[in-house]
Design a protein around this ligand. Structure first.
Ligand SMILES: Cc1cc2nc3c(=O)[nH]c(=O)nc-3n(C[C@H](O)[C@H](O)[C@H](O)COP(=O)(O)O)c2cc1C
Length: 207
């Protein structure tokens, strides 16, 4: 089984990265063998969508005219049995660099599905997706909603939790001291739930 995680923080070894890693570790406890890859947005080149080239992605399903790391990261998502998306809050929004990735992927899907003549189904359809959001002094729920919107708009299936904040793992301030969102507990639950969802999908596809 393959899991692919994206850390949207500009810092590669802080809270977002820790929690994404913890979700992967919980998946490792639940399923074997697990092939895990985590990419850090800060170490990749993601340009914003240029929009004026939309005739290209309208007619080339799920491909983009701009050649940077967006295409290779999207390919790794498509190949995965489960995806983990993690992002912190920067000034009431996700980091601009990570959002450039989200914008580009979303544009490819949007222009093909709404303007393109022939419809090719989403290559991410049905892939279970775990969400992680971190904020310091604001509520991380807004970032969970942002990630939830993105994942559903490209056809993935966000894996929900049975406890607050339901949409995924949230952390408010230092995750070790957060007794409301309980991010470390939730990361374990999310990893286990993601492993179950990915196994069920593989079984359903005869993989
Ligand atoms: C540029 C910048 C802007 C930030 N803006 C906010 C904010 O609007 N609300 C908030 O709660 N935290 C904000 N923070 C705090 C981050 O959400 C917090 O430091 C988080 O842990 C960053 O993720 P990381 O630990 O993975 O780097 C900001 C941090 C930075 C660096």
């Amino acid at each position: 089984m393959r899991v692919f995680g994206i850390v949207g923080s500009m810092r590669s070894n802080r809270h977002t990265a820790t929690l994404v890693r913890e979700v992967v570790e919980a998946m490792e406890d639940a399923t074997s063998p697990l092939e895990a890859e985590i990419v850090h947005a800060a170490e990749r080149t993601f340009a914003p969508c240029r929009v004026t080239c939309s005739p290209y992605c309208s007619s080339h399903p799920y491909r983009c005219a701009t050649t940077d790391d967006v295409g290779t990261v999207l390919k790794r998502m498509i190949e995965a049995d489960a995806v983990i998306l993690g992002a912190p809050q920067y000034f009431r929004a996700p980091p601009a660099h990570f959002h450039a990735f989200i914008e580009r992927v979303q544009s490819m899907f949007f222009f093909h599905e709404t303007v393109g003549a022939a419809r090719t189904p989403s290559p991410l359809a049905g892939i279970p997706c775990g969400l992680v959001a971190v904020a310091e002094y604001s509520n991380p729920h807004g970032i969970l909603e942002y990630l939830h919107d993105f994942s559903t708009l490209v056809g993935m299936r966000p894996v929900l939790l049975d406890g607050f904040p339901y949409l995924g793992v949230g952390a408010h301030g230092d995750p070790r001291e957060d007794e409301v969102f309980r991010p470390h507990e939730r990361a374990k639950e999310l990893g286990a739930a993601l492993a179950r969802a990915a196994a069920a999908r593989r079984e359903g596809r005869g993989a």
